[in-house]
Design a protein around this ligand. Structure first.
Ligand code: PMV
Length: 327
């Protein structure tokens, strides 16, 4: 995937759409500096931004005080960007581990930035993370940077994670975001229907990683993510499957699996190279790498097990779209 350039300036009304994501390796551990591999998927949030007498989100006049993501996005865009009427439509299920809040922040921020002359992508990625951090309190820039960059993205992976896209900073923490090679595969993502809070799960795992065996667990997360990134970018399906299963064992060990997710992983097993939960866990979604040629069977198996499955292909990063185009 070629890397898109800056978000250009446009007069309002204007519209932007941003992809959701699934984490292939390294969720939770990334918050503590371990590597992560994330894929932007073709489920989108689209935002339409118009000038207005007062800021509203989907006709809600109190959204600026009630929705922290919207409030922070308006504040980060600066006074020249507002007041605005923002309408959003999204195909990304919420609280499902698929990056719905990052896609909301990226779509709204890109459209707001377009209205005040545009913004380059590294600055947009930094802005989107600062907004999400302020609204959510915890987390890494994995979701927001992937929604801004599109395609396959690594964090904290060093040179083997691909060419550097940008570095995101917050206080004395920093994360390198890199463009990983696309192996040309389709994945299958399946939502369990069980919503959960990312922030609660992140706090619970942080507490677990501060126990005496936390450092060795984090080292295992690191080596599994490194091996997984190597397998995906090298196009090795069987090795990828093996490391997906190992990553799931670690996620189970830190307490973020769920009986429904385990049932879905079992249902997926005969038609997949490997599978794991994706995102914060405790509900949410799984991601599976199909055995080549058995994608339809895998989707059917997951649907029969009661999930909402869909094939997932890499999507471009946030982009401005012609008004009237549907997400
Ligand atoms: O479940 P989501 O889509 O919010 O993904 C969370 C991924 C974590 O690694 C658990 C947190 C983070 O911010 O990286």
């Amino acid at each position: 995937m070629t890397d898109a350039g800056p978000v250009p300036g446009r007069s309002l009304p204007t519209s932007a759409r941003a992809p959701g994501k699934c984490v292939l390796f390294g969720e939770h551990a990334v918050v503590h500096g371990a590597p992560e591999l994330v894929l932007a998927i073709d489920l989108h949030t689209q935002a339409v931004v118009s000038r207005s007498d007062r800021s509203r989100l989907n006709a809600e006049p109190d959204a600026e005080t009630q929705n922290p993501y919207f409030r922070e996005a308006l504040a980060a865009a600066g006074p020249a960007a507002g007041p605005v009427d923002v309408r959003t439509v999204s195909r990304i299920p919420r609280s499902a581990g698929l990056g719905s809040s990052a896609a909301f922040v990226a779509a709204v921020s890109a459209a707001l930035a377009a209205g005040v002359g545009g913004l380059d992508r590294p600055a947009l990625a930094q802005r989107c993370f600062s907004i999400e951090r302020a609204a959510q309190g915890v987390g890494s820039p994995g979701d927001t940077s992937t929604s801004v960059a599109g395609g396959y993205v690594t964090l904290n992976a060093g040179a083997s994670g691909g060419p550097l896209l940008w570095t995101v900073r917050e206080g004395n923490e920093s994360w390198e975001v890199r463009r990983a090679e696309d192996p040309g595969w389709s994945w299958v993502v399946a939502y369990s229907g069980i919503p959960r809070s990312t922030a609660d799960a992140v706090r619970a795992v942080s507490a677990r990683l501060h126990q005496p065996d936390g450092a060795s667990l984090l080292a295992e997360f690191t080596s599994v993510a490194e091996a997984g990134i190597h397998a995906v970018t090298g196009g090795d399906r069987q090795e990828t499957g093996r490391w997906l299963r190992r990553n799931q064992e670690l996620l189970r060990e830190v307490g973020v699996s769920h009986p429904r997710l385990e049932a879905l992983l079992e249902a997926a097993a005969p038609a997949s190279e490997g599978a794991k939960l994706t995102g914060a866990g405790c509900g949410g979604s799984i991601v599976a790498l199909p055995i080549a040629g058995r994608e339809v069977e895998l989707v059917r198996r997951l649907a029969r097990a009661g999930a909402v499955p869909f094939p997932a292909r890499p999507a471009p990063g946030v982009e401005l779209v012609e008004l009237g185009r549907s997400p």
